[in-house]
Write a protein that binds this ligand. Structure first.
Ligand SMILES: Nc1ncnc2c1ncn2[C@@H]1O[C@H](COP(=O)(O)OP(=O)(O)OP(=O)(O)O)[C@@H](O)[C@H]1O
Length: 668
């Protein structure tokens, strides 16, 4: 294309962009007008509210962010040009101006290749600067031209300095990622991906894709994203809204099971026991052992009548309900209903009339029925069941060893279950107990990030919430830092109730520069897991290792490194052992350098000080690691933690150390 042809073409594309923006504004205007008349046309308050919510969401979905391009690509198929963007935009006649990236036709934008052009003659990618269309790049697939990962626009996107929260990757999703994003709703998948291979991005885009394709169904059942901590959730929270999806629940695991506040901390030994799959068996055994065979008939005087149900039919009712495999509380209500049913039959037989609703209600509450239930199928709450176990763990019998029983035994049992000081581990037990009593609502789809750290009991809590839905499990076994972290995905998948999910590897890294990946990969053999190594797409980037002779100088040298990093564009993080964080924050404050906490992704400050234990899933342009040996020494899986820490850098990594570097880093 000649320079003037290029200009003409660029101008035409810019015109299409501004016309599409105008069309989107009109779509939004129409939605707003409908919104404001919605309550007048709706027949009743309920419909008005439903309609109102729907319209409010629609208006939100149609919001145009001037900084994000409305379209980022174009496909030429049979002489027709289709622009591919974040959402459908249609002109006033309803003709498409921009296709949603999730539409079936858009698939070719991500998948078409010279070998399999899928009808695409030319694929065009657009370059943008602050929402302004500034360039484009063509691949004439029909002439055998294909750029793959050498695309200049893809490279620029990957190498862009990072600031603030995570962004979507719709413009540059890679074919192997797209395959995961567009997997069927019914398919549960597990992605084993090295650091920075786009697992989180894939999970979020898959959620958006499924919502597009199965909108009504998933709106009813819901989509849930589970992340490791609030810093991570705030980092990813903007991605789905920019993709037009505003109704996805995002939660940490602790919040998901948080039915009561946490007021105490488990010892490491107690936590290990409480996260173990045997606890499910213990609780289930304890609960069902509460059921006892009836030993007395029920006798009721009802005005001038006397009703009697003998022990034998009562036994049959209890046995049958037990065999039906219902949750405990549901089973109890079933037994009550059947007992009342027998009373009703006797009454009908004797009086010749059907008893009234109020009679049935009265009978279901009379002391004789309640006493029978309390004796044979007693009322249990999650709190009472778990409190019983923690007061007397010997009830677990052989399922727990004596030291294990001692580890979880309450030193001073609370007066009542209500006044108990529950720990995070107890919340899992309470959730398990609640699941034995009543069924949880199941989400239509659950995305679980950093899943390598799930314990058996945590996985079961998620399984209860995805029983009738599918899951996307994202993680990296090498980044497992929890004491119960898995070494095989099959173990976690079994606890999640999805044993047959496909385990798919991702190995191409989009975050970490090659030199940094090479350093981090030295740790892999010491981590005790079989995972494919990452390969980096990034040839740029810097790695500096700074030995500091005098430990007393380490903090000052770290501060100097931060100051030097601030000369460059992008975010800066100091990652240190948790115990050093407050001290480093103090130094920064004293030096007048504004700094933020990782929870605050919208902070003005460019520097964030991050404790090593919360850095999982996050990324920063320039990472300054403070004393790796201390990070490793702080916890049993310290080397895994260091692997996580070293793989957070997008452009530059500085490793500051006064102590010797941990052994595996020194090889080679
Ligand atoms: N196809 C892509 N195009 C552009 N950027 C991408 C692409 N895939 C991933 N990225 C970017 O690479 C970085 C890492 O992605 P992400 O956080 O999803 O990786 P991850 O596998 O979850 O990493 P970790 O295991 O370290 O948490 C992000 O900045 C993301 O936007």
């Amino acid at each position: 294309m000649s320079a003037s042809d290029l200009d003409v073409e660029l101008t035409a594309e810019r015109t299409h962009l501004s016309e599409s923006r105008a069309a989107l504004r009109r779509m939004r205007g129409r939605a707003e007008a409908l919104f404001s008349t919605g309550d007048k046309v709706a027949g009743d308050a309920y419909t008005a509210e439903q309609l109102g919510r729907h319209m409010a969401r629609r208006v939100k979905e149609l919001a145009d962010d001037p900084d994000t391009p409305l379209f980022f690509g174009r496909l030429d198929i049979e002489e027709v040009a289709y622009h591919v963007g974040r959402r459908h935009v249609t002109d006033d006649a309803g003709e498409p101006m921009v296709l949603d990236w999730r539409a079936p036709l858009s698939r070719a934008f991500y998948r078409a290749s010279v070998r399999d052009p899928q009808g695409v003659a030319t694929r065009r990618r657009f370059g943008f600067v602050k929402g302004e269309l500034t360039s484009f790049e063509d691949e004439h697939l029909d002439r055998g031209e294909e750029l793959g990962t050498s695309s200049r626009i893809l490279t620029a996107e990957i190498e862009r300095p990072r600031v603030g929260p995570m962004r979507d990757i719709v413009a540059t999703i890679q074919p192997e990622q797209d395959e995961l994003v567009r997997a069927e709703l019914a398919d549960s998948i597990c992605v084993q991906g090295a650091p920075g291979t786009g697992k989180t991005a894939v999970g979020l885009h898959r959620a958006a894709f499924l919502l597009y394709l199965h909108r009504e169904r998933l709106r009813r059942s819901g989509v849930l994203i589970v992340g490791p901590n609030t810093a991570f959730l705030s980092y990813i929270s903007a991605v789905l809204p920019t993709l037009g999806e505003v109704e996805v629940q995002q939660s940490t695991l602790d919040d998901l099971v948080g039915r009561v506040p946490v007021k105490a901390v488990d010892s490491p030994a107690a936590a290990l026991v409480k996260h173990d799959a045997r606890m499910a068996e213990v609780l289930s055994g304890l609960l069902w052992s509460r059921i006892a065979a009836p030993t007395q008939p029920i006798m009721v005087s009802d005005g001038s009548y006397r009703w009697r149900i003998d022990t034998e039919p009562l036994r049959r009712i209890v046995d049958e309900a037990r065999r039906e495999g219902l949750p405990y509380a549901t089973g109890r209500e079933r037994v009550r209903a059947r007992v009342v049913g027998l009373l009703q039959r006797q009454s009908e037989y004797r009086t010749g009339n059907s008893p009234s609703e109020s009679w049935l209600r009265k009978m279901s509450k009379i002391p004789q029925v309640t006493e029978f239930l309390e004796a044979c199928w007693p009322a249990v709450t999650p709190e009472s069941l778990v409190a019983g176990l923690l007061t007397d763990p010997s009830a677990a019998g052989e399922l727990l060893t004596e030291p294990e029983q001692d580890a979880i035994r309450w030193v001073k049992p609370p007066k009542t279950a209500k006044s108990a000081k529950w720990t995070a581990g107890d919340l899992l037990l309470l959730d398990e107990a609640a699941g034995l009593l009543e069924r949880e609502n199941s989400f239509g789809h659950v995305v679980i990030d950093e899943a390598q750290d799930l314990s058996a009991m945590q996985a079961r809590a998620i399984a209860r919430r995805s029983e009738h839905g599918s899951i996307t499990l994202l993680g990296d076994l090498a980044q497992g830092t929890a004491p119960w972290a898995a070494t095989d995905w099959r173990d976690i998948l079994a606890h999640l109730g999805k044993p047959d999910a496909a385990v798919v590897p991702l190995t191409v890294g989009f975050r970490v520069p090659e030199a940094v990946v090479t350093l981090a990969n030295r740790l892999l053999p010491a981590l005790g897991v079989q995972v494919p190594e990452a390969v980096s797409l990034r040839r740029d980037g810097d790695l500096v290792i700074v030995p500091v002779a005098d430990p007393a100088d380490l903090d000052a040298r770290t501060l100097a490194e931060v100051t030097a990093a601030l000369e460059h564009e992008g975010s800066v993080a100091v990652i240190a052992a948790d115990t050093a964080v407050e001290r480093i924050r103090g130094h920064l404050t004293a030096a007048g350098i504004a700094h933020a906490t990782p929870d605050d992704v919208d902070a003005e400050a460019r520097v964030t000080v991050v404790p090593a234990t919360v850095v999982k899933g996050l990324e920063y342009d320039h990472v300054v690691v403070h004393e790796p040996a201390d990070i490793v020494a702080a916890e049993p899986r310290g080397l895994n933690r260091l692997y996580v820490v070293l793989t957070r850098a997008v452009t530059r990594l500085s490793v500051m150390h006064a102590k010797p570097l941990p052994e595996p880093l020194n090889i080679g």
